[in-house]
Design a protein around this ligand. Structure first.
Ligand code: NAI
Ligand code: MG
Length: 365
């Protein structure tokens, strides 16, 4: 049977960028014989409008059953005053939680044509291609005890960094598996110098590393890692780190490469019966209500999210690279959606024109 893909376009620019992704998915079926069983459903505000909930149980069941979920974005001003329990974001949170997506993959990839768009010097970022794996379901954002308590005559805010060996082990394993599909280099970041959770993190990652002798493993304190990421990011291939450090380091790494409209992501869980990990792919950006409905959205972040699905869910690394080269080619031709223009005095292309160009580049590949 064909691998299955559930498309959840969502709200705002989500459906606009997903229209272009659907064309790309079809292209791989028509021209490369890579056919997917594609189904489609509502999430976020769109699901709330139709069903009164941001994610129905039926959609949740579908997401659990497919090989990969591809999501656009959720949210919008229209839903700002909804009760917390039915806010669009809850749909996404439910997917992440019930699929137990503990490994968040955030690549920072710099296309040569956009190297001058980075906040760093061209030679520091040109050709950059690294991946940060952030633990997503544990750590200080979830640890107990937490809260604001009275102590003496003042209040104290408390959060707890907490990692079990099994939580560290499973995210470490995902990172090693990824490293095997990339340059076989993994750097683990924590603060073992001042945090017990960091000591355990380092120990467990090292132990898991014994199963991956081909991967060159190194360790770095997370603060030093932040420095190294801005000084010479090309020294890294895959970085694995906890929820809190990963939140900051992945945002930092994202800005090495420029626009939000370019950034894909993946969230992976445990392997299913067929060996593929539970997986949700989505652009890093949100529903961008300020530009929705105007043909201004950059579809590349969502298209590159599908490239990640090809590589990490469907073992189609060559085809993923083909798609990434097509993106590189249209950027090299000078095509820019408005978010990629900055101060440049050039006519922007629309969302669908960007899609047309990427399909043409695929045809030429
Ligand atoms: P946002 O990412 O939607 O937009 C931030 C800025 O970047 C805006 O100026 C927007 O126009 C621009 N931008 C974002 N994606 C773009 C693209 N593909 N092409 C061109 N420009 C792009 O974040 P914001 O404005 O904070 O949130 C808007 C809504 O999206 C809110 O309801 C928020 O809750 C939701 N959101 C949803 C996320 C998700 O579905 N994963 C993630 C972040 C926010
Ligand atoms: Mg963040």
């Amino acid at each position: 049977p064909n691998p299955s893909l559930l498309i959840l376009p969502g709200d705002g620019i989500g459906p606009e960028v997903m229209t272009e992704v659907r064309r790309v998915v079809s292209w791989f079926g028509d021209k490369r014989g890579l056919n997917f069983d594609v189904s489609e459903d509502l999430v976020g505000g769109a699901a709330y409008d139709a069903h009164g909930t941001p994610l129905t149980d039926a959609t949740m069941d579908k997401a659990q059953a497919v090989d990969a979920v591809l999501l656009g974005a959720v949210g919008g001003t229209k839903y700002d005053n909804l009760d917390f329990s039915v806010k669009p974001e809850r749909g996404l949170l439910r997917l992440r939680k019930e699929m137990d997506l503990f490994a968040n993959l955030r690549p920072a990839q710099c296309f040569d044509a956009l190297a001058d768009f980075s906040s760093l010097k061209r030679d520091v970022v040109a050709g950059l291609d690294i991946m940060i794996v952030r633990e997503l379901t544990s750590g200080i954002y979830f640890g107990e005890p937490r809260g604001i308590i009275e102590e003496g005559n003042e209040r104290v805010g408390i959060n707890t960094q907490r990692y079990s060996e099994s939580e560290i082990e499973r995210v470490a394993r995902s990172a090693f598996e990824l490293a095997m599909k990339r340059d076989k280099k993994l750097c683990s970041m924590e603060k073992a110098n001042v945090m017990e959770s960091g000591v355990l993190w380092r120990e467990v990652v090292t132990r898991v590393g014994a199963d991956y002798p081909e991967v060159e493993l190194s360790h770095m304190y997370a603060d030093a890692g932040a420095m190294q990421l801005t000084r010479w990011p090309k020294q890294f291939d895959v970085i694995v780190t906890d929820n809190l450090f990963g939140d900051m380091l992945s945002d930092l790494a994202a800005m090495l490469t420029g626009s939000l409209g370019m950034l894909p992501s993946a969230s992976l869980g445990l392997p299913m019966a067929n060996g593929r990990p539970k997986a949700l792919y989505e652009p890093v950006h949100g529903s961008a209500p300020d530009i929705a409905g105007q043909g201004k959205a950059n579809p590349i972040a969502c298209i590159l999210s599908f490239a990640m699905a090809l590589r990490y869910s469907f073992d189609q690394g060559e085809e993923a690279a083909r798609l990434e080269r097509a993106v590189e080619a249209v950027l090299a031709q000078g095509l820019r959606t408005p978010d990629l223009l900055g101060e440049e005095n050039r006519a922007p292309v629309t969302t669908s024109e960007m899609g047309d160009a990427i399909l043409a580049a695929l045809d030429a590949s």
